[in-house]
Design a binder for this molecule. Structure first.
Ligand SMILES: Cc1ncc(C[n+]2csc(CCOP(=O)(O)OP(=O)(O)O)c2C)c(N)n1
Ligand code: SF4
Length: 246
């Protein structure tokens, strides 16, 4: 029988992932592995991973070179690494707590400078690894461990739309938001990742792909309920599509 779809050879070689069942980090990191392999970039790329469950993606799930940037500094490290190694593909892999809270300044300044690397941004609307605290991306009214009355009822402000913010800058080359709720969206998100990487190879500058994702453990939902929640609640706040493609 002819194999038409298989696991990327670079995935799960050194270590199997430890993501919870239904966690979209597993789909997102697989898509990254697929694109790297299809573009023949596995041996000429560096992933700069941050903290949290997203940061665990640096622990060898993809058999490639990795850098670890604790405490939100992934975009700063990626800027420096790419400037010193312009011939390598460099991308960060970050959650929303990492990128939009602790690492907000680094992300925005790297985007505004038009640094020539790519960002894979996993937006699951809270801090996953540490037990589900409020993130800048938490939805209005959403209950988290640090917004027990629902976001907005105790001075927590409003959801932060990272792609839209970055779209205010002149320099970025590619900005897109996808999700992984069904095969059509998975394919689209993969295409966004491919375009972001190609933009970087073409020297066009900063690219970001946000992936609206599920955290079943801290949302206290089944994987199926998570998909419904994304479709009904997350996507109206975080619309999908390409914001900019140069
Ligand atoms: C400066 C700093 N404060 C707090 C922490 C503790 N910490 C580790 S993971 C994490 C949450 C990460 O959440 P997110 O980036 O959304 O990633 P996820 O786990 O959802 O993938 C925090 C706050 C830290 N590592 N650094
Ligand atoms: S805690 Fe959430 S983000 Fe972390 S692995 Fe589990 S489902 Fe994924």
């Amino acid at each position: 029988m002819k194999t038409v779809y298989k696991k990327p050879a670079c995935l799960g070689v050194r270590k199997r992932n430890s993501f919870c069942p239904g966690c979209m980090h597993s789909i997102a990191s697989r898509l990254v592995a697929e694109v790297l392999e299809e573009m023949d970039l596995v041996d000429n790329s560096v992933m700069i991973a941050g903290i949290g469950c997203g940061g665990n993606a640096s622990f060898g799930y993809i058999d490639m070179d990795v850098g670890k940037a604790p405490h939100g500094r992934a975009c700063a490290l990626a800027s420096a690494y790419k400037r010193c190694n312009p011939d390598e593909l460099v991308f960060t892999y970050q959650g929303d707590g990492d990128l939009a809270a602790i690492g907000f300044a680094e992300t925005m300044h790297a985007a505004n400078r038009g640094e020539n690397f790519s960002v894979i941004f996993i937006n699951n609307a809270l801090y996953g690894m540490t037990g589900g605290q409020l993130a800048p991306t938490t939805l209005e009214g959403m209950v988290t461990t640090t917004s027990p009355a629902g976001r907005g009822n105790n001075g927590e402000g409003y959801p932060m739309n990272v792609c839209e913010l970055i779209n205010c800058f002149k320099a970025p080359a590619y900005i897109a938001r996808g999700t992984c709720t069904d095969p059509k969206n998975v394919r689209k998100t993969k295409e966004y990742i491919r375009k972001a990487f190609q933009n970087q190879l073409d020297g066009k500058g900063f690219s970001i792909v946000e992936i609206v994702s599920a955290c079943p453990s801290d949302w206290h939902m089944s994987p199926k309920q998570c998909i419904d929640f994304i479709n009904e609640k997350m996507l109206p706040e975080y619309p999908l599509g390409e914001f900019r493609s140069r």
